[in-house]
Design a binder for this molecule. Structure first.
Ligand SMILES: C[S@@+](CC[C@H](N)C(=O)[O-])C[C@H]1O[C@@H](n2cnc3c(N)ncnc32)[C@H](O)[C@@H]1O
Length: 240
């Protein structure tokens, strides 16, 4: 199957096909670094946002939303977990219950991140990790996130990005083209999915462009962080 984000059904099928292995393969292919980046994202949200209602877009197996919700469990009124892959959502729900969150605190949404099924001004904080580059129209995600956030609410984005340094970008492209698919073919049943993931990183708009889009939607950039010369980046936005 050809995976193409202009055809969301193919992306959904791809993620559903790797849901079982996703966390294990992620740890191998990122050499464990994603755990550090995930913790930084959660910390950035907790530093700025009020606890209460959190929304994790493209939640996958719940690797961001659930630990974040757990940290604020005493003040957590609702943790919304949204993804368009059912197998991913099932794992996210299971993770939430395993963490000991109360079922009444959890709500899962089998939806596209471009159409968030929540009322306007209802969410204290939102996250999207390694998700926005897979979405057909990132601007719609920004608009929807802004709509559902309360005034002063925080939207934090974590994404794999290309280094701005030319030599580092060259080396990283080599890794994405040859290294990552080779590594993935050893540890996953769907190496084609990892070819798509490689190309999606290279084709995604630069972080500076995403910042401009966010600011055009009146989401103020309040924090920016790059890891490993820009292999991953965090953008923290606030609704004024
Ligand atoms: C690379 S995974 C990241 C999962 C999780 N955020 C994490 O940090 O491990 C991307 C997830 O986004 C979901 N996804 C991609 N495009 C989506 C869309 N347009 N709407 C909702 N979910 C989407 C996929 O199903 C997948 O679970």
């Amino acid at each position: 199957m050809l995976y193409d984000k202009n055809s969301p059904a193919t992306i959904e099928a791809m993620f559903s096909s790797i849901a079982n292995d996703y966390d294990r393969v992620n740890t191998i292919t990122s050499f464990g670094f994603h755990k550090l980046w995930n913790r930084c994202l959660i910390k950035a949200v907790l530093k700025r946002a009020k606890p209460g209602v959190h929304l994790d877009l493209c939640c996958g197996t719940g690797a961001i939303g659930v630990p974040l919700g757990y940290k604020i469990r005493k003040k957590l009124t609702k943790l919304h977990l949204l993804d368009f892959s059912k197998p991913m959502l099932e794992r996210a729900l299971h993770r939430g219950l395993e963490y000991g969150l109360d079922p009444s605190q959890l709500e899962i949404h089998f939806e596209d991140a471009q159409t968030i099924p929540l009322p306007s001004n209802s969410v204290d904080s939102a996250t999207i990790a390694y998700g926005i580059r897979n979405v057909k129209n990132p601007l719609l995600v920004l608009q929807e996130a802004r709509r559902v956030l309360k005034k002063g609410g925080v939207f934090a984005i974590l994404e794999l990005t290309m280094p701005t340094n030319k030599a580092a970008a060259y080396m990283y492209k080599l890794f994405l083209k040859k290294g990552l698919p080779a590594l993935a073919s050893l540890v996953t049943r769907n190496p084609l999915a990892y070819r798509y993931l490689s190309s999606s990183i290279q084709e995604f708009i630069p972080l500076s462009h995403l910042e401009l889009l966010a600011e055009s939607e009146e989401l103020k950039v309040v924090q920016k962080k790059r890891f490993l010369m820009g292999l991953a980046s965090i953008l923290v936005l606030e609704k004024g």
